[in-house]
Write a protein that binds this ligand. Structure first.
Ligand code: ADP
Ligand code: GN1
Ligand code: MG
Length: 362
């Protein structure tokens, strides 16, 4: 019998500043479990972020932690000495045995970070300024990691952003139809099939491999409460070798539409051009120094492809009986898929104009 992972017990295994005063679930992630921990300290209590890593998704959590340890150490070294440098990168908190993770008696994996205070994440961007900040921060993140010394980072989820493989998995799920839902999703399956021809375009473009974040949702960057500036890129589970455009594409997916990822009122889902413009300007400010002409040319396309890819993944999970992403209501994954596909259509309608903008910025 598997038991619910015990976050209180796990919290006692980390080198926190003092006694744990409180612990509560935090965030809206679809895979791991996150808790905000408050600890006694002289003066103000100190807060930490405690996370339970989903082993169904991350089959080698130690490889994930090796990547995170190398990346956070490298980023912290570059931030040191800068104004507010402490808040500009994540800091792992060691477990009692000195490792950067703790495996509990059931083999469940945990890690902890110092909480970055006076900053927060948002599910959707409400101004072009926020989009600019996020894109600038993710571009900066890629740039800083371009100097990470070898060896290559672990590929913790192989083919994570291979859209052709994601498409093949969708076809397998349709054929198996284990949850008897394929008929209910017939229009979405048709939508996906009509666009199969675009799935290989990024992989066939021979773009350079870089170190990428691979989950650049808008809610994975902390914005300062006072200034609104991006303080720190978070959620590093999928940092690994990848294409720069995977990151830019997911910014387009999660930042340009005013609607939540699972919005049911599809009228609200639309690619807002000024948000796209802010993303391009913010990203080029920091990543412009290393992007190749081919990468620049595909910026708008990457937004369409990654939105399509995540839509396919939600659809596949719906057809498979909701085994991957956490769901909170019936049909949740199908709702999420519909939202992504609506955004794909909105991008398709504006793609030429988006490309012209990228060209004009140069
Ligand atoms: P998930 O993979 O579940 O999305 P995240 O690492 O993004 O996990 O964390 C979930 C939420 O917890 C974030 O959206 C953010 O609000 C908060 N968070 C994560 N790390 C920190 C941190 N070091 N300091 C402050 N808040 C954090
Ligand atoms: C998952 O864990 P979270 O919510 O940050 C997923 C991403 C998807 C995203 C869709 C390891 O990210 O790839 O883009 O949901 N993470 C993993 O919201 O599959
Ligand atoms: Mg997150």
């Amino acid at each position: 019998m598997s038991q619910r992972p015990d976050a209180h017990a796990a919290a006692r295994e980390f080198q926190f500043s003092g006694e744990v005063l409180g612990l509560k679930p935090h965030g809206t992630g679809h895979i791991n479990d996150t808790f905000l921990v408050t600890c006694r300290a002289p003066g103000e209590p100190i807060r930490y972020i405690l996370q339970h890593i989903n082993r169904r998704v991350f089959h080698d959590p130690v490889a994930v932690m090796q990547n995170i340890e190398r990346v956070t150490t490298h980023l912290a070294a570059q931030a040191a000495g800068q104004p507010d440098g402490e808040r500009r990168s994540l800091h792992l908190v060691p477990a009692r045995d000195g490792r950067n993770w703790h495996a509990d008696r059931n083999g469940e994996m945990w890690r902890a970070y110092r909480a970055i205070e006076n900053a927060r994440t948002y599910e959707t961007a409400t101004s072009a300024g926020q989009a600019f900040q996020a894109a600038r921060a993710f571009g900066h993140f890629q740039r800083q990691l371009s100097s990470l010394p070898p060896p290559r980072l672990n590929e913790t989820i192989p083919d994570f952003h291979s859209t052709p493989k994601r498409f093949a998995l969708l076809e397998q799920a349709v054929a198996a139809d284990v949850a008897g839902r394929a008929a209910l999703a017939a229009p979405e399956i048709e939508f996906a099939r009509l666009r199969q021809s675009i799935t290989g375009i990024l992989l066939d473009a021979h773009l350079p491999e870089r170190i990428t974040h691979n989950d650049t949702k808008f809610n994975n960057v902390l914005l300062d409460d006072k200034t609104g500036e991006a303080v720190c890129v978070i959620d590093l589970d999928t940092v690994m070798p990848g294409l720069a455009l995977y990151d830019f594409g997911d910014m387009v997916r999660t930042t340009t539409s005013p609607a939540n990822e699972d919005e049911r009122d599809l009228k609200l889902v639309t690619m807002q051009f000024p948000m796209f413009e802010a993303l391009v300007r913010g990203y080029l400010e920091t990543a412009g120094a290393f992007l190749t002409p081919a990468e620049r040319r595909l910026l708008a396309f990457s937004g369409k492809l990654i939105t399509f890819e995540i839509g396919i993944r939600f659809l596949t999970d719906y057809l498979s009986g909701d085994t991957y992403f956490k769901v909170h209501r019936d049909g949740h994954n199908l709702d999420r898929c519909r939202t992504q596909f609506k955004l794909v259509e909105s991008i398709e309608r504006q793609e030429e104009k988006m490309n012209r903008l990228v060209e004009s910025i140069g």
